[in-house]
Each structure stands twice: as structure tokens, then as C-alpha cells.
Unconditional design. Structure first.
Length: 687
């Protein structure tokens, strides 16, 4: 929508262009301006004389400025006050704290309207920081109406922005294309483009504004879901992939390799995978599992099926540390097998790397483990059957499009790092089939999570020491590597120095962070795994996937700096063994949201519940994965989650009935989908 009006803003601004403030909001074209939607609305329809004000409710008053002054407070601050009178017995004071510029905006005798919540102050009414409208002389606004509240920068005022948007609507909105087919608009009762834009920016009621906004949200979601439906057709339904069929014998042979029986959920995920692998169509499956539920075993099973069926299989991990761990795990399972294995990391010399790539290309390797480097140019396979992408929360559709170019249509299995909110599952991963693993392996002990105060630091150290003395291991996670200037954040390096010379003298303390070279990282991890290190001070490099069951103690510094799912991931590091884990948090959250996030972590250890809670707390468009799709910010909020299902159903039904959107009534949709997603989703340009 926004991109269908690339007309520069100079045109609208006339004689004195003030593009700067608009550009700071990212507004460059008429399209940008029309789709700069209000953050919220204020209902200023309750207009009253000052004498009829009541306390508490949002009310609007019109009057004349009879007094302006500035009072200084004991704490060095000041209050600017502007007093209105409307001819009645009482007056209304507008009060602003520490905002000198307020007085400059108004003058004596000027007619203003104040909207806000009033409170009675001894002998007059007061509104703190009321919304002000300057009324033209002689004109009374009988209904001030519903006023949109825009995201603004300091140098752009609403009374500048609104006329500009009004002009943009009058001049340009009528030429916007109607993308939604008549049938869908009727079915859902959506207003047309022009009507909806007017309702959003100049609403006659809150309901009309909301209906207008939702029309555009629906449109965004529909386009996104159409793109996903089309991509799914292309990557799955219209392509073929090797038939990798599991016989009973293969199944039994693979299961024997695991040192444990699989859980029910692992078995169900494996059954899904096996069905896909044997279907002749490329598998496009997402395994969503809670942290520690045992995704690796599912991945290993799938990889070994491919190898048993005489195809090559690749496992991609997000970091070198994790790639090594997976290689080691597979090594353990396959110690006596003839499966030819390769670990492709940055640590190979150029010569070793070339030899490895030659072997892959010649088909002399069955199973390769690596990082993103597996999708680099120059990596070719003889007969790639399966790619497993492990521990991803950010491996969106675009990145997968890149992997697809690896070779001729292998099967794909994507594993999330933590459960993701449903909204993300349906957008970022919306072209995939999903298997869930909620069940944890038997015998797991819960992790006790505690948020400690600074005064309890010594006690925290004592708790860790106690654990270490019982031959357990511990992580101490810090948000930064080195001390950042001006930021009082505990760095890993400094903490490492402090702990090993102070409270943990006599224990073996190690350091692991993202800026070490790969060999140093690998060494630290290997020593921790071998229990040659008792306590590992690290950054969130250990966030993902690290599996050391003997490590059951975790201390997180400045926990407020991590996201909720990241914290859940981190905590997952100490819930892998049979002994109960302990997770200690130090945090200084600045706002309510930060506090809520930490409380959620204390309350629940269920990753699926935490993912939804995280979505609720953050609650905005980014969650819907627009970033990953490169489509710019969607105008979508958490309250629109229900619309996502509606749009998804409509989109998949549309593509079922009209697989390439060739019908005339779908021309607008088709155009919009390809413009927005054609490239990033590699939709083929048919027609
Ligand atoms: P994640 O799903 O977080 O990647 P992992 O695959 O690393 O989890 O598994 C976590 C731990 O659970 C590992 O130590 C693994 O050996 C163990 N595990 C996995 N499946 C089972 C099972 N069915 N029974 C017992 N332990 C298991
Ligand atoms: Mg894992």
C-alpha cells in the first residue's frame, strides 16, 4: 500500500518545505504519510463548561488565556501554568512540569481548548499536561471529536501534521488501487481504501477508526499469508524430492544408537518426519520444542534415515561451538558405524577445506555438520537428501531461500531454539508444517529460579560454591564482553577476573565469549565439558544449545538486558541433568515491562507459555515477522492476532482455488504480493 504512492512530499508542503521533521519519522513519500497511522486516539467528545468539570474522566474545555506564569519548586524544577476562563465562575489551570517552551506557544487572550483529566486544587481546577488545541478566533468547535495521537518527533506538532495528511488524502488517496477483491471486502465488511484512510486519520467515531485500521492490518496479513501459501506450493507441492523410506530394520538400527528410549513427543515428531521423507515431496517442517526436550535426537534420527537411504545429509548449527557439540554427539552415537562424517568449521586450513569440499562433491561424505558456512558459495553435494537447521529463532523464510539453492530440492527440517509465539510460527515459519515437542525426558528436575537483590550477592556466591564442592558445575552469564564506557554493565572479562581471584579462588574458573577466536572458544568449551573447569564465566554465547548435564548452577548478571525467550534458553542450560537446577538472577529493570518479564520467568518454566507471554509484553508488529520478510513495519498489534487466522485461512483458500492468482479479480492482490514478497521469497515469476 505504502509503496504504491512513491510521490515525494515536497509537492504537499508548498512554499516552505519542512521535510526535516518528517524525514526523522521516516516519512518521505505521500504513501509514507498516508500510512503513518495514529498510535492511539483520544476521545475528546466530552466538551463541558469549566463549572461542570468532574474529577477523573477525560474532558475538554474551551476558554481564553487569562493568566500565564512560571513557579519554581524546591527541588530546582519549575511549573509552567496557563489559566483558562470560559466566562463562568471557575478557572482551569493547565500545568506543565519543567517545560519552558510551553509559554512560548501561547499568549494572553488566545482561545484554547484543554483536554485531560481534571482535579480540584483548593480553589480551581487543574489539568497536568493537557492536550491543547489552538482555536481560531471567533470559531467554537462544538464537538472537538476523536483526535488521533501520532508518533511524533519533538519538532513536529500535531497541528502541522494533520492538515498535511488531510491534503494527502484529498489529493492522492483516490488514486490508490483497491487490492482486496470485492468478495472478501463484502464478506468481512471492510471499507474501501479511501473510506478506510479517512476513518483512520479523521474518524467520526472510535469504532470507525478501528474498522479502518483493521482493514489495512487484514490486507497486510493477507498479502503475507498469500506469499507464504504461494511459496509453499512452489517449494513443496510442485517439486519432487528423493523418497527416503524408513524400513523396520533401519528404524531399529537407528534407535539402538541412542542411549535412551525416545519420549512420546520425540516419537510423534519422528513419525511426522518419516512421513514427509517418504512422500516424494520436499519436507518443509519445523520442530518446535521446549528447551531440553531433546531435538538433537530427532535431528539425528532424520539425518541417519537419509544416510541409510544412500543420500547425503547436512546439519547446520548457528555457532561453531554448537556445531562441534553436535559433531561430538553424533560421533558418540556412530562410533562403530561406517557413516562417513565431516565437521566443516572455520578452523580448517584452506587445504583441508578444499579437500573436504572435494569429498562432499564426490559423494565421499555421508554426513556433514557445520555452521552457516555450509551455505557458502563453493559448497556442492553429490546427492544431498536432507538439511537440518538446528536451534534457530531467526532463520526466517529469506534465509531458507538461500539454503534452498544448495542443490536440487533436498528435504528441510528446521528446529527452533525455543518455542515461538503462535504469531511468529504463522508468519516467519508460516510456509512450514509444524511438529511440537512439549514433553521433557523422564527424570528431569525442575530449575528453581530466584531473583536476588544486590545485598544477597555473597549468599549467591556461597550457594554456587556449595554446588561446586559437590562436583557440580556452574555458568555465570554477563551481558557484555568488556566494560562499555558509561554503561555500568558487568562485563564477562572483569567478572572473570573478580571471581577467580575473589570468591572462587581455589576453583577452576574459565572464560568464554563471542570475541574469542574459534580455537580458544572450542578449548574452553571442551574443558568445561570434560569438567576441567568448574565455573564458566561467559556471555550469551552459551545461550543456545549447549548441553553439559553436570552443569546445574546458573547465575545471570543484569538479567533485564536479555529477552524472555533468551532467559528461558539460558536457564535451559541447567535443566539437562537428573539433579535439580538453580538459576539466580541479578537485575535492575528500569520499567514495568522489564519487571513483568522477570516475574514471568520466576512463575513459569513452560517455554510455550513464556513465548506467548513475551509476545503479549512486546505486543507489536515486529513479532509478525515483517522484518524477516523485509516488508517494512506492519501496522499490526497484539490485539490483531485473531485477524491473522482469518487472513491465513482466506489466503490458503484463495491459492487453493486460483493457484497462481490469475483470475482477473485477483490481479491487484497478485501485483501487490509480487511487489512486496516476490524477491525475498523467491516466488517464481510466472506470467
Ligand atoms: P534441545 O531440545 O534443547 O536441543 P538436547 O537435544 O540437547 O535438547 O537434549 C537435552 C538433553 O536430554 C541431552 O543431554 C540429551 O542427551 C537428553 N535426552 C534427549 N532425549 C532424551 C530421552 N528421550 N531420554 C533421556 N534423555 C534424553
Ligand atoms: Mg539443541
Amino acid at each position: 500500500m505504502r509503496d504504491s504512492l512513491p510521490v515525494g512530499l515536497e509537492q504537499l508542503l508548498g512554499a516552505a518545505p519542512r521535510l526535516g521533521p518528517l524525514a526523522r519519522l521516516g516519512l518521505r513519500t505521500v504513501g509514507d504519510l498516508l500510512f503513518h497511522f495514529p498510535r492511539s486516539y483520544e476521545d475528546l467528545t466530552d466538551l463541558r463548561p469549566i463549572a461542570a468539570l468532574t474529577s477523573g474522566a477525560l474532558q475538554t474545555v474551551q476558554g481564553e488565556v487569562v493568566e500565564m506564569d512560571t513557579r519554581y519548586l524546591n527541588d530546582g524544577g519549575f511549573v509552567v501554568s496557563v489559566v483558562l476562563n470560559d466566562g463562568g465562575p471557575r478557572s482551569l489551570e493547565g500545568a506543565w512540569f519543567n517545560q519552558a517552551h510551553v509559554t512560548r506557544r501561547f499568549r494572553y487572550g488566545q482561545r484554547l481548548s484543554f483536554s485531560g483529566k481534571a482535579r480540584w486544587q483548593r480553589d480551581h481546577w487543574q489539568m497536568v499536561g493537557p492536550r491543547v488545541q489552538i482555536l481560531d478566533p471567533g470559531v467554537d468547535v462544538s464537538t472537538p471529536g476523536i483526535v488521533p495521537v501520532y508518533p511524533l518527533t519533538e519538532d513536529l506538532r500535531p497541528d502541522h501534521l494533520r492538515p498535511l495528511i488531510g491534503r494527502a488524502i484529498d489529493l492522492h488517496a483516490p488514486s490508490l488501487p483497491e487490492v482486496l477483491p470485492e468478495e472478501l471486502r463484502q464478506r468481512h465488511g471492510w471499507p474501501g481504501v479511501l473510506e478506510a484512510l479517512r476513518a483512520v486519520h479523521f474518524p467520526s467515531s472510535l469504532e470507525a477508526a478501528e474498522r479502518g485500521r483493521r482493514r489495512f492490518v487484514y490486507e497486510e496479513l493477507l498479502l503475507c499469508q498469500l506469499a507464504l501459501a504461494l511459496r509453499r506450493r512452489e517449494t513443496r507441492d510442485r517439486r519432487s524430492a528423493p523418497v527416503l523410506a524408513v524400513t523396520e530394520q533401519i528404524d531399529a538400527r537407528i534407535r539402538r544408537l541412542f542411549p535412551f528410549p525416545l519420549t512420546g513427543d520425540q516419537d510423534r515428531a519422528i513419525a511426522d518426519v518419516c512421513r514427509d521423507l517418504a512422500s516424494g515431496r520436499p519436507m518443509q517442517r519445523l520442530v518446535q520444542a521446549d528447551v531440553g526436550a531433546g531435538k538433537t535426537a530427532v535431528a539425528a534420527y532424520a539425518l541417519l534415515v537419509a544416510v541409510a537411504c544412500k543420500h547425503q545429509a547436512a546439519l547446520m548449527a548457528p555457532t561453531e561451538v554448537l556445531a562441534r557439540q553436535h559433531a561430538a554427539t553424533l560421533e558418540g552415537y556412530l562410533a562403530n558405524s561406517r557413516v562417513r562424517r565431516l565437521l566443516l568449521t572455520g578452523a580448517l586450513t584452506p587445504r583441508e577445506r578444499r579437500a573436504a569440499l572435494d569429498a562432499l562433491k564426490a559423494g565421499e561424505i555421508d554426513l556433514v555438520v557445520g555452521t552457516q558456512s555450509l551455505v557458502q558459495e563453493g559448497v556442492e553435494f553429490a546427492r544431498l537428501g536432507l538439511v537440518v537447521i538446528d536451534e534457530q529463532h531467526k532463520f526466517g523464510v529469506q534465509q531458507r531461500a538461500r539454503v534452498r539453492r544448495l542443490g536440487a530440492d533436498p528435504h528441510y527440517l528446521v528446529m527452533t531454539a525455543t518455542p515461538i509465539p503462535r504469531t511468529v510460527a504463522l508468519t516467519v515459519f508460516g510456509d512450514l508444517d509444524v511438529s511440537l515437542i512439549r514433553e521433557l525426558p523422564p527424570g528431569r528436575q525442575p530449575v528453581a529460579t530466584r531473583w536476588l537483590s544486590e545485598a544477597e550477592r555473597d549468599r549467591a556466591h556461597a550457594l554456587l560454591r556449595e554446588g561446586l564442592e559437590q562436583k557440580k558445575q556452574a555458568y555465570v552469564v554477563c551481558p557484555l564482553i568488556e566494560e562499555a564506557e558509561g554503561l555500568d554493565v558487568k562485563s564477562a572479562t572483569r567478572t572473570y577476573e573478580e571471581l577467580r581471584s575473589g570468591p572462587f579462588r581455589g576453583f577452576r574458573v574459565g572464560l568464554l565469549h563471542g570475541r574469542q577466536d574459534d580455537a580458544t572458544k572450542a578449548d574452553a568449551m571442551a574443558r568445561f565439558r570434560a569438567h576441567e573447569i568448574d565455573l564458566l564465566v561467559c556471555t550469551s554465547v552459551v545461550e543456545v544449545g549447549i548441553d553439559v548435564p553436570n552443569a546445574t548452577l546458573l547465575l545471570i548478571e543484569r538479567a533485564e538486558r536479555f529477552g524472555l525467550s533468551q532467559l528461558h534458553q539460558l536457564r535451559g542450560r541447567v535443566s539437562r541433568g537428573a539433579a535439580p537446577g538453580l538459576c539466580l538472577l541479578f537485575a535492575q529493570p528500569a520499567g514495568d515491562e522489564g519487571r513483568e518479564r522477570l516475574r514471568a520467568l520466576l512463575r513459569s518454566t513452560d517455554g510455550f507459555a513464556l513465548a506467548e507471554e513475551d509476545a503479549r509484553l512486546r505486543g507489536v508488529g515486529e513479532l509478525f515477522g515483517s522484518r524477516q520478510h523485509g516488508a517494512g513495519e506492519l501496522l499490526v498489534g497484539a490485539r490483531d492476532a485473531g485477524l491473522l487466522d482469518v487472513a491465513r485461512r482466506d489466503a490458503f483458500a484463495l491459492v487453493d482455488g486460483d493457484p497462481e492468482l490469475r483470475r482477473e479479480e485477483h490481479a491487484g492482490l497478485r501485483e501487490a504480493v509480487w511487489r512486496r514478497y516476490g524477491e525475498t521469497l523467491e516466488l517464481s515469476e510466472v506470467g
